[in-house]
Each structure stands twice: as structure tokens, then as C-alpha cells.
Design a protein around this ligand. Structure first.
Ligand code: IVH
Length: 668
């Protein structure tokens, strides 16, 4: 193909992908399916692979992260990054309007633009000739950190401003944030990986942006809204409203909840409305920002040392209140974590009645010295469970004594164990009623015993009717018993019995995984099955023996030992085996293929000749490891049709890419 037509093709693809990106990430209104999008993306990658000169910094293929940095560079902002004065209530907003009218020497109503004040992280973006050139944190307002690589990974930040005649230099300010739902998901994932959870969405956003390895940032669900167009060389906008419209024309995301107000009363109505409805937004806001609309009025008003005179933040009332701790009650989570919870005298916190607050763990209780009877200051941040900020010690009753978590599980009476160097105490009894439902669901899940038809509702019914106390009881159920359950017909009952029967013949690895031992995921379960080849031997092994196994560290070893140390757990396992569970053991590791053994494989895209799960099993059978995400530790990536960001990342890291046939050849 002639150079010019290759370039044309690339340009065309890039534009299409940018448009679909914008429709998907900003407008939330995709026009094509994911598969179609992946196809375009792959074409772009292929073209760029064969013609590396096309890999420009604004290519959509550049959003997956770049090689890690040793440290961030610093950036001097083109103009100061200002902060805002606060108004705490309606009167202070009226006073603000009065001040402005006096300064402008006019009694005419001032037109304002009111915006949600997002609780994330302020950033500055500079575009040179339409291309994103620098992205930075606020820092001290004068200089910030250069986080361009990280900001490139945020899909809603355009790498190129769309449209004709973009000014040579454009500077935009806005907020990077994480939505509340995504924040919860991220924390759940971190907990599963035994990483510390983020305290709130703001910290999660900040932590994600300050990563030296941008491929970590790329995996975080960050979003962006622009709120100021600070400069667009050569253009003078007469109002803020007009500049926001311009931003949207360039396809820069702007918060859709921004509103025009013809006077301060309308702005106050906006403030009061969002104070009332803040919880309906998918992200957290801590107030609203009220800004003078007219550019000439802004210029007349000017700035003070750190903040503009023409804007103010209307802060919401603190989501804090004082109340009394009536009781401290341990609560047992699905995985056995024992969390002390304060039962409070009900109190109104920012419009919501609160009667519980988490005390996290014994260390937190000790550090804050929280006792039953104490008067405490509590706070609520968005959807996060309320917590105790501090004790008002002056109000402590004389009889209040220090609280210590019980040594026995309040639900089942088993011993509560807190491993050294861990903050969380746990009940390790897998038949503990407080944990049973989640444990049974995990045991029956696809990658464990794979019991078809044992959904969440049926599990609840089985527990509530007293038919099942632990997952071992599943193997003793009869069809007649099932027929006694509500809405359980003859056919479903028979199907479930058959599925349980089929599940009895399983592998040692699946069974170990299904036990739900903390820190033992699918991969570790597989390693243990290969090494021990016998459940009995594994159950009796010591921490030292376990630590000698490749990929088992002290934390995993400790989890395993304390799991099998519980008499209740051993009994449950025995009951499974007596109920007919038969565990097959994998081939010996000696038989494994050297090309595969110890190597890490990642599958991506749509596979035609085998399922992803089968592929992973083949890898494990030969002593390899199957992972879900690409990192520098990945050895092979198997790319099916429509492979997208994982493939790009793999190419960047120089990882061997195999197609299905090549993979099958390697396996045989
Ligand atoms: S305007 C000169 N608008 O609030 C104007 N700020 O203290 C300066 N913020 O950390 C900011 N939403 O990141 C503006 N719609 C909005 C905002 C907003 C959140 C943050 C900003 C900064 C703080 C200002």
C-alpha cells in the first residue's frame, strides 16, 4: 500500500476509535458492540505494529500505560492553581453576592454558574496544537507533579482536542474521581488480594494517580470532569458558560449537572437542592461551586492571594454528629472476620438516621479508647459505613470500662483467632452460621465444585429450613427433602440432586479452593494439590513444611495451618468424604513440560477451539500458571479474536503472543 493511503487508513481508524471511545466513556451511549470496537482496535494495533512511525502519542493505543518511572518530574503551572473560599450556609452566600455587587459597583443581578464540587483530585491539562502534552497535580498551586503518563490512561480525557482550528495552547482544569460503586468494587478486589482497602473514594483516586507505574493507574476506574478552561490562546470567551460549551465541542467531558443561575437566589436553590440530593449522584460531592459567569466581571473582580473573588464553594453541613455508644457488638462477616460494631443512640447525620458505626478492629478501639456509654463524634462519608472520629472523654461515665473482643465467636462459640501482625480477628469455623451462606455459595461455584442449580436463593432456603448447616450437608440431601422447599418442583429437585452427585467426583485442587481458606485462591490450591497429592497429608502439614513449597509464603502458610487446626473444619471435610466426595489427584509434576512448567499464561479475546477455563486447566496440568492480568511476570499471552488492551500491554512488555493453534501445539 502506498504510504499516503496507509496513513489515510490509520487516520480513519484512529478517528473512528476516538469517536467510539467518546460515545462509550463520556456520553455513555455506545453505537457499536464491544466486539466491533475490539476489531477496530486490533486493526489499529496491527497497522501500528507494521508501521511504527504511526505510533504517535495521541494514538488511542497509548492508553494502556507506559514503562514505570523512577519518580515524577515537576511542572510549573502556566497559571496558578487556585483554591476556593467557603460559604457554610445561605447567609454567607448572600453576603458573597453583596460583596461582589459592591466591588462591581452595581445593583444589577449577577449571573452565576453553579456546579457540583466533586471530592476528587484537581488536575491541570495542557494541550499543544490540540495534543495532550502535560498533565499535572495541583501541588502547591505553583508547581505540581508531572502525571501525564497516568492521565493518558483515563479514557474520558481526550488525547487530542476534537474539531477544527483548535488554539495552539489550551489549558484546562478539572477533577479526577472514582464513582462510589467502582470504589466499593476496587476495595473488594483489594481485600481479596490481601491489600489494604482505601478509606474513601478520594483517597482511592489520589492513590491511583500517584502511581509511578501507569499500567496500575490504567486498571483503576478513574473518571474526569473539566470545570475551567483557564486559557485558550487567541480566543476570548465572554462567559464561563460559553467556555464550557467550547470544552464540550472539543469532546472534553463536562459535568451535566452544571446549571445557569440568573441571580444568587437561584444559586442558593441549587446549593440547597444538592445538599438534599447529594446521595443520588454516583460520585461524592462535598459542596457546590458558585462562579460568576461573565468574563469581564471576573476580570474586574480579580483574585486574592490564593483564591478568586469571583467564585465560592457552598459547603454542605458536616456529615458529623455526636451520640452515645449504647453497646459494642461483634459482628461476623462472610469470611469469618470479627468486626466490632458500635450500636448507637440513633442520630441524624446530614439527613440520614445513623444507629450503627464500625469500630474496625481491636487496635482501632484501643487507639481511640472507645467504651460502652461513651459520647462519641461520628461521621458519615457518602456510602461508606459511619465511623467514630473520637470520644468526648469529658462526658465519659465513671463506670465505663475498656472493651475487649470476645475470645469465642458469638455466633458458633468456636475460638476467635487473631494472627500476630494482623489487625483482624477471625472465627475459623467454616460451619459457623454467620459464614455459612457465603461459604456454601463459594464451595458450589463454577471454579470450585461447580454444582449447577445451587444458586443464592436455594442456598438461603436450605439454611433457613434447617436442612443444611455446612457444605458437607449438601451430600446428604434427599430429593424428598428438597421437595419440601418453596417453589421447588419435581424436576428442579431431581436436577439439583443429580448436580450434587456429579460434583462429588472432583479434583483435589477444586476441593481445596472450594474450602475457602483465606489467601488460598485457585492458583495456590492447584500448587498445593500438585505438591501434596493428598488432602490428609496437607491437613497435617506444619507452617515450615508449607513454606518450603514454591509460591507459599508465611501468610498463606499461617492461613492454611489455622484453617486445618480447627476441629470443626476437619469434621466438615470428613463428612464430605464420607458423603461420597472423591478427589482425583493431578499427574505428577515430573511429567510436566519444561516449556510450560513455572510459566505464566494469560488468555484474552474470544477463543474458538477451547474455552478459557479449559485452556487454563491445560496450562496447570503441565505445571504452568494461569493469570487474569498481564504484567512483567507474564510469559505467554494467548490472543483470540477481539483481543484488546491486554494484547497491547503484552506487546509493549515484549511478551510472546500465541494464537490458538500455537498454544495447542505447545501444550501437546
Ligand atoms: S473551580 C479558580 N470548580 O475544589 C477555581 N473547583 O478549592 C478553582 N473542585 O481542589 C476551582 N469541583 O479541584 C472548581 N466544579 C468545580 C470543582 C472544583 C471540585 C475542587 C478543586 C479544588 C477545590 C477548590
Amino acid at each position: 500500500m502506498a504510504v499516503s493511503s496507509i496513513h489515510q487508513k490509520w487516520e480513519n481508524l484512529r478517528r473512528q476509535i476516538e469517536q467510539h471511545n467518546y460515545r462509550y466513556h463520556v456520553l455513555d451511549d455506545p453505537e457499536i458492540s464491544d466486539v466491533e470496537y475490539d476489531k477496530l482496535f486490533r486493526q489499529l494495533i496491527e497497522l501500528e505494529e507494521t508501521h511504527p512511525a504511526l505510533k504517535t502519542p495521541d494514538s488511542p493505543s497509548r492508553r494502556v500505560g507506559a514503562p514505570p518511572l523512577a519518580k515524577f518530574g515537576s511542572v510549573t503551572h502556566r497559571s496558578l492553581m487556585l483554591s476556593l473560599d467557603n460559604a457554610m450556609n445561605r447567609d454567607e452566600l448572600i453576603a458573597f453576592d453583596g460583596r461582589l455587587k459592591r466591588a462591581l459597583d452595581s445593583q444589577d443581578e449577577i449571573t452565576y454558574i453553579a456546579e457540583p464540587k466533586l471530592d476528587g483530585l484537581a488536575i491541570s491539562l495542557v494541550y499543544e496544537n490540540g495534543l495532550l502534552s502535560t498533565g499535572a497535580t495541583r501541588g502547591d498551586g505553583r508547581t505540581g507533579e508531572d502525571i501525564t503518563q497516568n492521565l493518558r490512561t483515563i479514557h474520558t480525557i481526550p488525547l487530542r482536542l476534537q474539531g477544527q482550528a483548535v488554539p495552539p495552547i489550551v489549558e484546562i482544569r478539572g477533577e479526577v474521581f472514582i464513582e462510589k460503586e467502582q470504589f466499593k468494587k476496587l476495595n473488594r478486589k483489594r481485600e481479596e488480594a490481601a491489600e489494604p482497602a482505601f478509606a474513601n473514594p478520594r483517597n482511592a483516586a489520589a492513590g491511583s494517580l500517584r502511581q509511578l507505574d501507569s499500567s496500575v493507574t490504567a486498571e483503576r476506574p478513574l473518571k474526569f470532569f473539566a470545570y475551567e478552561l483557564t486559557s485558550a490562546e487567541g480566543i476570548n470567551y465572554t462567559s464561563h458558560g460559553e467556555s464550557l460549551e467550547q470544552l464540550q465541542k472539543w469532546q472534553v467531558p463536562v459535568n451535566p449537572n452544571i446549571s445557569n443561575c440568573t441571580n444568587i437566589e437561584e444559586a442558593i436553590a441549587y446549593y440547597e437542592e444538592w445538599e438534599e440530593n447529594r446521595n443520588t449522584l454516583p460520585y461524592e460531592i462535598d459542596g457546590v461551586v458558585i462562579k460568576v459567569n461573565s468574563t469581564s466581571e471576573r476580570e474586574q473582580l480579580g483574585i486574592k492571594s490564593r483564591s478568586p473573588r469571583w467564585a465560592i464553594s457552598g459547603k454542605f453541613k458536616a456529615q458529623q454528629a455526636t451520640t452515645v455508644v449504647e453497646d459494642i457488638v461483634p459482628s461476623i462477616g462472610r469470611t469469618g472476620a470479627v468486626t466490632p460494631v458500635a450500636h448507637l443512640q440513633p442520630v441524624n447525620v446530614g439527613g440520614v438516621i445513623v444507629s450503627r458505626a464500625t469500630l474496625h478492629n481491636q487496635d482501632e478501639i484501643d487507639r481511640k479508647d472507645i467504651r460502652t456509654g461513651d459520647t462519641v463524634l461520628i461521621q458519615r462519608a457518602g456510602d461508606v459505613i459511619p465511623e467514630v472520629v473520637k470520644v468526648i472523654t469529658e462526658k465519659r461515665p465513671d463506670e465505663a470500662v475498656k472493651y475487649i473482643l470476645p475470645e469465642e465467636c458469638p455466633s458458633c462459640g468456636a475460638e476467635v483467632i487473631r494472627p500476630e501482625e494482623e489487625a483482624v480477628a477471625r472465627c475459623h469455623n467454616i460451619s459457623c452460621p454467620a459464614q455459612v451462606k457465603g461459604r456454601i455459595e463459594h464451595f458450589a461455584s463454577k471454579r470450585a465444585l461447580d454444582i449447577d442449580g445451587l444458586g443464592s436463593k436455594v442456598v438461603s432456603q436450605l439454611i433457613e429450613s434447617g436442612l443444611v448447616y455446612s457444605f458437607a450437608d449438601l451430600f446428604y440431601l434427599s430429593k424428598e427433602q428438597l421437595l419440601g422447599l418453596e417453589r421447588m418442583g419435581d424436576l428442579s429437585a431431581q436436577n439439583l440432586i443429580d448436580a450434587i452427585d456429579t460434583s462429588k467426583e472432583t479434583t483435589l485442587a477444586r476441593f481445596i479452593y472450594g474450602l475457602g481458606i483465606r489467601n488460598v485462591g485457585e492458583h495456590v490450591a492447584d500448587v498445593l494439590a500438585r505438591k501434596y497429592r493428598s488432602l490428609e497429608v496437607l491437613m497435617d502439614s506444619t507452617a515450615e513444611e508449607l513454606e518450603a513449597v514454591d509460591e507459599v509464603g508465611p501468610i498463606v502458610a499461617e492461613s492454611i495451618v489455622s484453617f486445618f487446626g480447627s476441629k470443626e473444619n476437619r469434621d466438615t471435610i470428613r463428612r464430605c468424604l464420607s458423603g461420597g466426595v472423591f478427589l482425583s489427584v493431578p499427574e505428577t509434576p515430573e511429567k510436566t513440560d519444561l516449556a510450560v512448567r513455572g510459566k505464566t499464561f494469560v488468555f484474552t479475546g474470544k477463543l474458538e477451539q477451547f474455552t478459557r477455563q479449559d485452556g487454563e486447566e491445560m496450562v496447570r496440568n503441565l505445571g504452568g500458571r494461569a493469570a487474569k492480568s498481564v504484567s512483567s511476570k507474564t510469559d505467554f499471552i494467548i490472543a483470540g479474536t477481539g483481543a484488546g488492551s491486554k494484547l497491547i500491554k503484552a506487546r509493549k512488555l515484549n511478551i510472546t503472543v500465541l494464537n490458538e493453534d500455537e498454544f495447542l501445539a505447545l501444550m501437546s
